[in-house]
Design a protein around this ligand. Structure first.
Ligand SMILES: Nc1nc2c(ncn2[C@@H]2O[C@@H]3COP(=O)(O)O[C@H]3[C@H]2O)c(=O)[nH]1
Length: 592
């Protein structure tokens, strides 16, 4: 069939356009579509001829001198290639076999592309999870109802019609899943689909020769993997995954009870209904009564009728053992799930309690104690954890980058000094930042201290203060501003590495801290960005020697006259009020 395609379509290249008279619009459109795809494919082949590995990752490049061909690697490019192949050849090959209207054609092309899109199952895609919910439903239908139908007398002339309908429905879901989704899943997991195929073999057809029974459907239970697949994927997309975990564990508990109810009914029938006080007496709704027995028996509630025969005693003993082991482990699992959901809060409480008891042991003044408590409470309320870095540390670098970029890159890009710098340098910086919270009035840096880190304000504000009792506010810096860089970049020789002013938190201030060592480590790798930063810095004339360490920072705009007058009045030798915190130069102030 495909040969016919090649030979027929070769005439419709760009050099030989189709005749101007169109006899059938649909045929014309279809042929044009195929010609376009052929052209695209030729392009791919051409590319492949030039660079076989770049264009067709299905062929793994040889490692070293070895020329062995390896198994297809699942790289993003291989997925791309596969998708391309599918979209180029899949629909035409299928559509060539059948005659359909253009609308249907479009639908099939869309459906084919959608159904063969591997990316749907690679990512935590909600469409796939929605589909899996049907598969999980079908699976649950089979395990719950097949077992119930096997134990209880639920088959009758009238009921069987409904059972057959539901059975077929669940089978259709499974078949679609196995034909459409599983191959892609197996491709990704490099597995096989034998077990899945066994699970849908229609042993039910034996009912045509034997009695109608759900026994022939027991192979459907094999599809338990699809239920777990659904469960895992759902868990991965839920914001509060523990809700699903609790529901799932509860489901396991209920299912164990269900199985026990079925077993109890079978045991009762085996003994003879109402023959002893222990067996089910045949009154009321059989399932409900047996389930009630199972609950009391497995959860060891007690008050059960005493088993009489050896069979009953053995059965009841097995029930108690199962109850002890299975239920204790399931209940333990439930406790773990709830414990995990509140682990962060427990950790926070334990940490705060430990700190408070430590402060009490050393009779720390109440004022300090209160500040520590406030810090704990605010940090918990602001970020839901005490140390963000603890969480991120466990992640692979690529994930940390993704998170850091998402949260902070936009803020960084707005900082005047970094504009025009290598984006990668900013990302490197983001990765080394540590988040810290200061309480209102806390001193972030003290004048005269050695500067070992610089700060970027994430949220809140800080004030550069001086004068008697630090009562003069020189400038208030808000989110996105940077401070503490002067002493960081000055040389230690002439004491330039000392803080030039006091900076205190104005309200709660959430800051990023970048250590001196980290900053210089980063700049070593980005000479171009260093140059960009250096270009921004125009050292004040005749002050070059002094400026050595601060080559990165541009000069400060002149202090407004009014302020200068104010400073002189106060006999303060300060350079105040920068236009922006980075538009500054170092100075030795004597304020305060
Ligand atoms: N000395 C001084 N520092 C300021 C001023 N405005 C902001 N700052 C910041 O306050 C910081 C105090 O510590 P650093 O000397 O390391 O760096 C200083 C600057 O980043 C100002 O007007 N004068």
């Amino acid at each position: 069939m495909s040969c016919v395609f090649y030979s027929n379509l070769s005439v419709f290249s760009e050099e030989a356009p189709p005749p101007p008279v169109v006899y059938s619009r649909y045929t014309d459109d279809t042929i044009r579509f195929l010609a376009k795809k052929l052209k695209e494919r030729t392009e791919i082949l051409k590319e492949k001829a030039i660079d076989p590995y770049a264009t067709s990752p299905e062929v793994t490049p040889p490692k070293g001198s070895s020329h062995k061909s390896a198994a297809p690697a699942l790289t993003s490019s291989s997925i791309q290639w596969r998708k391309k192949w599918m979209s180029s050849w899949g629909p035409p090959l299928i559509l060539s076999q059948v005659s359909i209207t253009p609308k249907l054609n479009e639908f099939f092309v869309f459906a084919f592309k959608y159904l063969t899109d591997i990316s749907v199952i690679l990512s935590p895609d909600r469409r796939y999870i929605s589909w899996l919910s049907f598969v999980a439903l079908a699976y649950n239908y089979n395990v719950w109802f097949c077992s119930a139908r096997l134990a209880f007398p639920y088959h009758s002339e009238t009921a069987n019609r409904y059972w057959i309908f539901l059975d077929i429905l669940s089978d259709i879901v499974n078949i679609i899943d196995i034909i459409v989704w599983q191959p892609r899943l197996q491709f990704v997991k490099a597995g096989d689909i034998i077990t899945d195929i066994i699970s849908i073999l229609p042993f039910d057809l034996l009912c045509l020769y034997f009695e109608f029974s759900s026994f022939y459907r027991l192979n459907r239970f094999i599809r338990i993997g699809s239920f777990f697949e659904f469960s895992d994927r759902l868990e991965s997309v839920m914001a509060k995954a523990y809700i699903w975990r609790v529901a799932r564990t509860t489901g396991y508990l209920l299912f164990m009870l269900h199985l026990n109810a079925c077993a109890y009914y079978v045991a009762s029938v085996h003994q003879g209904l109402a023959t002893t006080t222990w067996v089910y007496d045949g009154n009321g709704t059989a399932y409900l009564r047996c389930y009630y027995f199972a609950v009391r028996s497995l959860i060891n509630i007690g008050g059960l009728p005493e088993p009489v025969t050896t069979f009953e005693i053995s059965f009841q003993m097995a029930n108690f053992f199962i109850g002890v082991f299975v239920f204790s482990s399931l209940i333990g699992q439930m406790r773990d799930v709830i414990g995990a959901a509140t682990a962060a809060q427990t950790y926070f409480r334990a940490s705060m309690d430990g700190c408070v008891s430590y402060m009490n042991t050393y009779t720390i003044p109440k004022l300090v104690q209160n500040r520590v408590r406030t810090w704990y409470n605010y940090t918990w309320a602001a970020q839901g954890m005490l140390d963000e870095s603890e969480l991120l540390d466990k992640m692979p670098l690529v994930m940390r980058i993704a998170i850091a970029v998402d949260i902070n890159l936009a803020t960084f890009q707005k900082i005047a000094l970094f504009q025009g710098c290598d984006q990668q340098m900013l990302v490197d910086m983001l990765l080394r930042l540590k988040s810290i919270i200061y309480l209102p009035g806390d001193f972030v840096v003290k004048k005269g201290d050695i500067g070992k880190e610089m700060y970027i304000i994430k949220s809140g504000a800080v004030q550069v203060v001086g004068g008697p009792d630090n009562s003069i506010v020189f400038v208030t810096l808000k989110a996105g501003s940077v401070f503490g860089e002067i002493s960081l970049l000055q040389s230690a020789k002439d004491g330039g590495n000392r803080r030039t002013a006091n900076v205190k938190a104005h309200g709660f201030a959430n800051l990023f801290v970048l250590e001196k060592k980290d900053l210089f480590d980063i700049l070593v790798h980005y000479p171009e960005s260093e140059k960009v930063l250096a270009r921004k810095a125009v050292p004040a004339k005749g002050n070059e020697e002094k400026q050595k360490g601060l080559a990165l920072f541009p000069p400060k705009p002149p202090t407004p006259k009014l302020l200068r007058a104010f400073a002189n009045m106060k006999k303060l030798k300060v350079n105040v009020m920068w236009g922006s915190v980075f538009c500054c130069r170092p100075f030795k102030s004597t304020d305060g």
